[in-house]
Ligand binder design. Structure first.
Ligand SMILES: Nc1ncnc2c1ncn2[C@@H]1O[C@H](COP(=O)(O)OP(=O)(O)OP(=O)(O)O)[C@@H](O)[C@H]1O
Length: 279
């Protein structure tokens, strides 16, 4: 299988006043074309650092990040990003905020075509009629929907989502999860999602990677079977409960609160799953 995102043996340390701070230690993750990988792990273990490396905003000390086989050494226009804080520009309308990447990334599209693309995405996420509003006139959930459209408007190959739903209330967050599924059905992209929400990870991703404590490595990888467009009901099945238990246990190991060898308290992988412990 071809891997669009290939993170190979990445090791990285920040230089701080008190000396080097090792953050990632031989981390390897591969995401196939069209795949959706969620990355979870203890707070401060290096998840956002990983997104900066994929986006080419930083170069790792050792190892490499490849997109389509090409080594990433600088930021690329083929990557879209959405963060916890949508940072929309108040002096632009929602439509013009979404169009912004098309003004930065070289494109042959005419203004009318850029508008059509932005309007289609806004309609897809349920923001018809809000194109001419300013960001402050929208709710937090609506702003995050607009930010997803902005991240996708230039048809990036890779969509990096760093806690995009983290600041939203539980109901809005669940709405946005379903919106993400709809976007995935309509648009073509390969995604890495950073999240602290284990339910979000199994609802959205094909694979959940649990990072160890800092310096982080890929401690555990849990595949999530493809069930097409998922519904929230699927989060309340026995299989979902088992997956969440496995992930919770792995997070406890990563936090040093459970022993890796403590198999007695570790639930068995769901029937038929290829859950794979890497420790
Ligand atoms: N530019 C930087 N310079 C120095 N240290 C940094 C820098 N950015 C992050 N760090 C440190 O590196 C470690 C990993 O940070 P990172 O933001 O990647 O973790 P994270 O897993 O995303 O955290 P959280 O789950 O809390 O969002 C933290 O200890 C952080 O303080």
């Amino acid at each position: 299988m071809s891997h669009l995102i290939d993170i190979r043996g990445v090791t990285h340390a920040y230089r701080t006043e008190s000396g080097p701070l090792p953050v990632l230690d031989g981390l390897s993750i591969a995401v196939p074309e069209g795949g959706f990988t969620a990355v979870v792990g203890p707070s401060g273990c290096g998840k956002s650092t990983l997104t900066r490396l994929i986006a080419g905003l930083m170069i790792p000390d050792e190892g490499e990040v490849r997109l389509h086989g090409e080594r990433v050494t600088s930021p690329r226009s083929t990557v879209g990003m959405a963060f916890q804080n949508p940072v929309l520009l108040e002096w632009r309308t929602i439509l013009d905020n979404v169009i912004l990447p098309l003004e930065i990334v070289p494109t042959k599209l005419k203004r009318r075509e850029k508008e059509e693309r932005a309007r289609r995405l806004l309609s897809l996420v349920g923001l018809d009629g809000f194109e001419d509003k300013r960001p402050s006139e929208l709710s937090g959930g609506m702003r995050q929907r607009a930010s997803l459209c902005r991240a996708l408007v230039h048809k990036p190959e890779v969509l990096i989502l760093d806690e995009p739903f983290g600041a939203l209330d539980a109901f809005t967050r669940e709405d946005l999860w379903q919106t993400m599924h709809q976007l995935r059905a309509e648009e073509t992209f390969t995604s890495v999602l950073i999240t602290h929400d284990l339910r979000e990870s199994i609802f959205l991703a094909d694979e959940v990677v649990v990072l160890s404590g800092r310096p982080a490595t890929a401690q555990y990888k849990l595949p999530v079977p493809d069930t097409g467009l998922r519904t929230l009901d699927e989060l309340y099945t026995a299989e979902a409960a088992e997956r969440l238990n496995i992930l919770r246990h792995q997070i406890e190991i990563a936090q040093g609160r459970a022993e890796p060898t403590d198999t007695a308290s570790q639930p068995a992988p769901p029937p038929g799953s290829a859950a794979q412990a890497l420790t």
